[in-house]
Design a protein around this ligand. Structure first.
Ligand SMILES: Cc1cc2nc3c(=O)[nH]c(=O)nc-3n(C[C@H](O)[C@H](O)[C@H](O)COP(=O)(O)OP(=O)(O)OC[C@H]3O[C@@H](n4cnc5c(N)ncnc54)[C@H](O)[C@@H]3O)c2cc1C
Length: 396
């Protein structure tokens, strides 16, 4: 039991943490609730900060191979159909941030992490193992499984997502906040995407209380569609099937070109999005939270998975350089991560309100401000985020 970390949750954050800790010489046991380790079939955007993490975790080459390197972030007005702004992601962007911006299939990203964990002798992966809670004393921690089994270790990392059982015990701040924003997701073959919208960009069509996002995936074989409507949905939902007509209902007021994207989607699934206010308590002795368990956020900065990987890098770094008590190292990890992730949590909500969903003069103001920016001004505004990493906790 000497120097064994238990990680609750085998998502992107949990696997990245396992990999980082194992590379620093710790044995790691990952306990995953689901019977099979995997990710939902949708896309995820990765800022340059995610690539800094891949390099630190030793998976830079395999991560780079599965990515689609888009040329721009495009902001469209979903009412007029006009382009408002375009952030180029070409050489000047890459030089500025030392890495590219890319989009990937979640399954591919999770697969890269899973293969790296599977190939590391220090990591053990266990499925159908829900962690219900923990007990600890001055020298060890014991994870309580829902089955009644107990598993002992030096420290426990709660990477068990939005509905984290570990968080219930560490923070005890009740259920997440229901945002009232409903997101519908579909992944379609590229041939199904209208010809004139097969852009090599992460495109956001911003409309009154609604928006549409699309980008290519998996070597251009697929397109990821994410459509969100602020309909004041009262209760959380995750992955429920929904008809195209229901998806279209929130988009009757947008330009036909934007609406058309929804017509091309199929097998739509629905999520009612939740997040939380930032908290400072992520650590209880030998137990620490990571990823969505620590700082669940709206997806509007496309940074939840990136922040989970940054957490993993930071945790590995403090554990690797720690020669004292594990409690001290976990506290150092918390204090390095808490402000940066709080900024992303809060600003994700703010950009939802001021960029994704405004209406009338609020939207006209957005268009006036955003269309006037030069690429360098965009890069300056994003430097705190994309220039940071799990090692450099930039907040401004
Ligand atoms: C619509 C949408 C779009 C998004 N787009 C982006 C994007 O473009 N870029 C980006 O960076 N982020 C994005 N995100 C956010 C990103 O998906 C999450 O922040 C990220 O997946 C969090 O990873 P995690 O490992 O912390 O948690 P999760 O992915 O939730 O993983 C938690 C794991 O723990 C397991 N588990 C749960 N409870 C227990 C338990 N008690 N015991 C054991 N195991 C348990 C779960 O089964 C799961 O495998 C988006 C989110 C949404 C909703």
């Amino acid at each position: 039991m000497e120097n064994r970390f238990i990680v609750a949750g085998g998502g992107i954050g949990g696997l990245a943490a396992a990999l980082g800790l194992a590379q620093k010489g710790s044995d790691v046991l990952v306990l995953e609730k689901a019977p099979v380790l995997g990710e939902i079939g949708a896309g995820v955007q990765l800022g340059p900060n995610a690539f800094h993490c891949f390099d630190y975790l030793g998976i830079g080459d395999s991560a780079r191979q599965m990515a689609v390197y888009i040329e721009a972030l495009r902001l469209m007005d979903a009412v007029s159909g006009d382009e408002i702004a375009r952030v180029p992601l070409d050489d000047p962007f890459r030089k500025r941030f030392g890495n590219p911006y890319a989009v990937v299939h979640r399954g591919d990203l999770h697969g890269v992490l899973l293969r790296a964990c599977g190939g590391n002798d220090r990591i053990t992966l266990r499925t159908s193992a829900e962690v219900a809670g923990y007990d600890q004393d001055g020298s060890s921690v014991s994870a309580r499984l829902a089955s009644g089994e107990r598993v002992g270790g030096t420290a426990l990392i709660g990477a068990d997502g939005l509905w984290s059982n570990i968080r219930k015990q560490v923070v005890g701040d009740g259920p997440p906040r229901v945002s009232g924003h409903t997101t519908y997701r579909s992944v379609i073959p590229t041939e199904q995407m209208p010809d004139d919208l097969r852009w090599n960009a992460a495109t956001l069509w911003a409309g009154p209380k609604c928006h549409i996002v699309h980008y290519p995936l998996s070597g251009w074989k697929l397109f990821n569609l994410v459509v969100t409507y602020h309909n004041d949905a009262p209760a959380p939902v995750a992955g429920a099937p929904v008809s195209r007509d229901e998806v279209l209902r929130g988009f009757e007021h947008v330009h036909p070109r934007a609406q058309e994207i929804i017509h091309h989607g199929s097998d739509w699934k629905l999520w009612v999005l939740c997040d939380r206010d930032p908290v400072e308590r992520w650590v209880d002795g030998r137990v620490a939270l990571l990823g969505d368990a620590a700082h669940p956020m709206m997806q509007y900065f496309a940074q939840g998975a990136c922040m989970a990987m940054e957490d993993a890098v930071c945790l590995a770094d403090v554990i690797g350089s720690n020669d004292g008590a594990v409690e001290t190292a976990l506290e150092a990890y918390r204090s390095r991560r808490v402000l940066r992730t709080a900024r992303v949590q809060l600003q994700s909500r703010a950009i939802g309100e001021h960029i994704y969903h405004p209406t009338g003069p609020h939207a006209a103001l957005r268009n006036a401000i955003m269309s006037a920016k030069t690429p360098e001004q965009w890069y300056d505004g994003l430097a705190w985020l994309y220039g940071g990493s799990g090692l450099n906790q930039s907040v401004q």
